[in-house]
Design a protein around this ligand. Structure first.
Ligand SMILES: Nc1nc2c(ncn2[C@@H]2O[C@H](COP(=O)(O)OP(=O)(O)OP(=O)(O)O)[C@@H](O)[C@H]2O)c(=O)[nH]1
Ligand SMILES: [Mg+2]
Length: 324
């Protein structure tokens, strides 16, 4: 089950208290109480993995370390470690206490959620010519603590769909910094995942099969993640004994899910052309043309075909910025 809406508590670490201590050595009197360490802060960071919110299934708290109290012999307390947890790109972070909302829009974007408390100064820092033995030290300040709702709102521009093993995750990895598992068997991908290609967000959806609309395979529940995308890249593998049939089957499943899905702008990508002969690729393309589809032949091992696809992606970026 994809977790896409959770409420958690984030708590930054408290600052450690400063200490009050004096040198016991008669030759060297004076305050030696050191400062407490700063509390660790809590951050979240955008990642491609759409399943990243699953870590909150059981525990619902993100607590950073507190700073250590100051020591006796000028030894400052250690700072508490920061805590950074991953959230999928497209997550909106609602601070339920301050009512502030932040959207995590890109991979690697790191956002401070709760600031750690400051360590208090030890009495060593309060010495002066008029007070050589201060008995005063500061307390550490408390870390911030908030109630936070993490809501995943996918904003993919392009959905990668197709039968299992068609090469969807491979293409996502090739175009973006996503590191999706790729393997030569069906249903390698079990949860949707995102990658970012310049201004475009691509969503890789688990493979669909005949009967998906009635729950076969992994079903079509993941299609809701590409419901809002404008464009679908429909991947059909050259390895199939009937690519046109594969394409038709998926179109039917899309239609059964929602008529809006088959009205989307769809680009058919004929994948893994390196595994097929040029003549066979030409034959398949011709059959697609007869069905009214202008398919793009593609292999992730053929840079020329990848360049053509990137050209198409650039035109989609241009269209997106024109629409914005
Ligand atoms: N030769 C060749 N192999 C490819 C190409 N693209 C993908 N593959 C291989 O095809 C297999 C399936 O690729 P995936 O990217 O896992 O396919 P998928 O569509 O994500 O599959 P599911 O997650 O199961 O739906 C892997 O062994 C890939 O290495 C290609 O252009 N050429
Ligand atoms: Mg996959």
């Amino acid at each position: 089950m994809l977790i896409d809406d959770v409420t958690i508590r984030v708590a930054a670490g408290n600052g450690g208290d400063g200490s009050v201590a004096f040198n016991k050595n008669l030759m060297e009197l004076g305050p030696t109480g050191a400062s407490g360490g700063n509390g660790g802060s809590v951050f979240c960071e955008g990642v491609a993995d759409l399943g990243a919110l699953a870590r909150w299934r059981n525990s619902k708290e993100a607590i950073a370390e507190s700073g250590e109290p100051g020591g006796m012999q000028y030894r400052d307390g250690r700072d508490g470690k920061d805590l950074t947890f991953p959230v999928p790109v497209g997550t909106v972070v609602h601070n339920l206490d301050t009512k502030e909302d932040i959207e995590i829009a890109s991979i690697g974007q790191r956002v401070l959620l709760a600031r750690g408390g400051k360590g208090g100064r030890g009495n060593f820092h309060f010495r002066s010519s008029i007070n050589t033995s201060p008995k005063r030290a500061e307390s550490g300040t408390p870390g911030q603590s908030w109630s936070i709702r993490l809501e995943l709102k996918l904003t993919a521009d392009i959905g990668l769909i197709g039968m299992p093993n068609a090469g969807k995750s491979s293409l996502l990895n090739e175009l973006t910094r996503a590191q999706q598992k790729v393997a030569n068997y069906p249903f390698t991908t079990l949860e949707p995942s995102l990658g970012v290609y310049y201004e475009l967000v691509l969503a890789d959806i688990p493979g669909l099969i005949e009967g998906a609309a009635s729950g076969k395979g992994l079903g079509i529940k993941f299609l809701r993640h590409v419901e809002r995308t404008r464009t679908l890249f429909h991947l059909v593998s050259c390895e199939s004994d009937d690519p046109i049939r594969d394409w038709t089957i998926i179109r039917n499943e899309l239609g059964a899910y929602s008529p809006a899905m088959i009205q989307k702008d769809e680009k058919v990508l004929l994948t893994k052309t390196d595994l097929s002969t040029a003549a066979s690729v030409a034959r398949i393309l011709e059959r697609f043309r007869e069905a009214g589809v202008d398919a793009l032949p593609l292999s992730i091992h053929d840079s020329e075909s990848m360049a053509k696809l990137e050209q198409l992606l650039r035109s989609l970026i241009a269209a997106k910025s024109a629409a914005a």
